[in-house]
Ligand binder design. Structure first.
Ligand code: M6R
Length: 609
């Protein structure tokens, strides 16, 4: 995830900026840069790779300036490169901007700016910002930034430096964090608290819509209309380690809580404002090529393959194309039946999983078109695939995948709707209903997160459990697979997922007194059937934890405990039903004293076969 640091004071800025950026390294990045005013003119140094590469570019003779901004970039729009690194500048080279988040309407703005004779030098969404500031600058940077904010859509934490106002930084935020550090005659700005802790623990936490102006004389905060607002000092009492986790006890919990934002960033620029269609510019296939697809093979490992199971279900329903889901380690050795009309969809958070990459190459060797869904721009998978849909979850640090999975699901819905609309297999009414509801999903995920204490209480009953079962039908079965993996990998409880109707073909023999059975029943069309399967395990004295939409009064008659999730279209239920399962796995792991973020025997990225 990108990191921002800015400084105004009386010390040499460059070492402070680099030191601050180092404190944000844990968040992951692929390039870095700084912009400072050197003898009155703006100097920008940036480099792909680690901070050491930037430091060697900066050399020993660093500018002695006392104002500057710095950035570590996690690529989204445009691959990792010197050119795409921040800070970005305008045509005059006087304005520098660092930015976290995504400017959703950047293509539109870029087109408009190009018409005003602005020349662009990167592929990023961010670069529109310095050009917009240039366009509106009439001697007052703060005013120009306010005008720019009125034009951009999306999420941002940004800091702007202008050569003509040399002792000033102007910063703004919406849906991406930004914190002001209050020193003695010196002021800092950063995307995350760890970057400030060596210098101050007194901060202002900026809220959405607020703009901060930092000078050596102090900090002024205004609202979106430019009215000055009073701000309370927030005294940070966290340790450096807790600060890295944003105050959460573990990266996994932090990442679970980042899901509303990750979803918003992944879907919002890809859904038409009037809900009529999905925009997937990154899929380069023509309508003719899409209409020629005879079958789809989704290939992935672990969690990513369970996202693929949801993908199979929704692509078959909406685009009416037969889909198979293959585990990558099997696919490459099973002599897969592939034709040029087979679309192979590769899902990989890291984009570096050895088996998944080998499967991609196998598909290419067979002449298939390969579409990748990955979270890492510039990863091997992204470089070798024909088309890439990026999930914009930001780096995932905990081994157990959470925000990457939910954004992979989002990508599956986008793809299914897109293929369905091109092939004419999805009705306009259904498409509009699903698109409108997709936009509501981040808020509904947030509501589930707000109810986390209830799930923490439930987790206490799992401390001495040895086995657990997850059951569901249709999409609920696909999510059960992921729920079961989450529980086993971080709590070491033996857990299995079954299609609810399959239990009585063998597994029912394992259902004995008090064995927890987590039964997902969000698929209303299958509800009665699932309820019958619940009765089967209840009759064997299982402890049933049911999951249904709010307003369902039937489950409580059959279950020992009911998890309620906000009501949504049943196609979209996985985006919500997985969240309580992630929280349950997290709290059970905690209650059992396991190493939540680094479970035994597992690695985040599996780059060996
Ligand atoms: O990076 P990838 O998505 O290719 O990783 C695939 C699996 O190793 C991964 O999803 C794994 O199952 C999860 N970390 C489990 O939570």
């Amino acid at each position: 995830m990108c990191g921002i640091v800015g400084y105004v004071g009386d010390k040499t800025a460059v070492p402070l900026l680099v030191e601050g950026l180092k404190k944000l390294e844990y968040r992951g990045y692929d390039s870095a840069g700084v912009a400072v005013l050197d003898e009155g003119s703006l100097t920008v140094k940036k480099s792909v790779g680690k901070l050491a590469a930037l430091e060697s570019k900066l050399g020993d003779e660093m500018p002695q300036t006392t104002v500057g901004i710095g950035h570590t970039r996690w690529a989204t729009h445009g691959r990792p490169s010197d050119r795409n690194s921040h800070p970005h500048t305008d045509c005059t080279g006087k304005i520098a901007v660092v930015h976290n988040g995504i400017i959703e309407n950047y293509l539109e703005l870029r087109e408009w700016l190009s018409g005003q004779e602005h020349a662009f030098s990167s592929e990023t969404d961010t670069e529109v910002l310095p050009h917009l500031v240039e366009e509106f600058y009439t001697g007052n940077l703060e005013e120009a930034v306010h005008r720019v904010l009125g034009m951009v859509k999306g999420s941002y934490a940004m800091v702007v430096l202008h050569q003509d106002e040399p002792d000033k930084l102007v910063a703004a935020r919406k849906d991406s964090p930004l914190v002001v550090g209050l020193g003695d005659g010196e002021y800092f700005i950063a995307s995350d608290i760890p970057a400030l802790l060596n210098h101050t623990r007194k901060t202002y936490i900026l809220n959405d819509g607020e703009v901060a102006v930092l000078t050596r004389q102090g900090v002024k905060i205004t609202d979106s209309k430019g009215n000055v607002i009073p701000k309370q000092v927030f005294q940070v009492n966290w340790s450096a380690e807790a600060a890295e986790k944003g105050g959460y006890d573990h990266f996994m919990l932090k990442e679970i809580h980042e899901q509303p934002r990750a979803l918003r960033e992944t879907i919002s620029s890809r859904l038409a404002a009037d809900n009529t269609h999905v925009i997937l510019r990154e899929v380069g296939m023509t309508a003719e090529e899409i209409n020629k697809i005879r079958n789809i093979r989704i290939v992935a490992c672990g969690t990513a393959s369970y996202a693929g199971m949801v993908g199979k279900n929704v692509i078959e329903k909406l685009a009416r194309i037969p889909v198979e889901v293959d585990i990558a380690s099997e696919f490459r050795y099973c002599d897969p039946l592939l034709t040029p009309e087979t679309l192979v969809v590769i899902i990989s958070q890291s984009g570096e999983t050895a088996d998944t990459l080998a499967a991609l190459r196998e598909a290419k060797k067979n002449g298939c078109r390969v579409l990748a869904v990955t979270n890492v721009v510039g990863s091997s998978v992204s470089r070798e695939a024909d088309d890439v849909i990026y999930t914009w979850a930001g780096p995932e640090i905990a081994v157990a995948s959470t925000k990457a999975y939910i954004t992979q699901l989002a990508a599956m819905y986008l793809l299914a709707l897109y293929l369905g609309q091109v092939r004419g297999t999805v009705g306009q009414e259904l498409a509009q209903e699903l698109i409108a509801e997709l936009k509501n999903i981040p808020g509904k995920v947030q509501r589930i997160l707000d109810g986390a204490p209830l799930i923490r209480d439930l987790s206490q009953t799992f401390t001495d459990v040895e086995d657990a079962f997850f059951i569901g039908r249709g999409l609920d079965y696909a999510v059960s697979m992921e729920g079961s993996l989450k529980l086993k990998e971080i709590s070491y409880i033996h857990a299995e997922a079954y299609a609810a109707g399959e239990l009585k073909h063998g597994t029912l023999a394992l259902i004995v007194d008090k064995v927890p059975v987590i039964a997902l029943a969000t698929q209303e069309s299958l509800f009665e059937k699932t309820l019958s399967n619940i009765q089967e395990v209840r009759a064997r004295d299982a402890k049933v934890i049911g999951m249904v939409f709010e307003g369902n009064n039937q489950m409580k008659k059959s279950a020992d405990y009911v998890l309620y999730i906000p009501r949504t279209h049943q196609f979209l239920a996985p985006l919500l039903s997985v969240v309580p399962l992630q929280l349950l796995a997290y709290y059970v792991s905690l209650a059992r004293g396991c190493d939540v973020d680094k479970p035994r025997n597992l690695a985040k990225s599996v780059t060996v076969e």
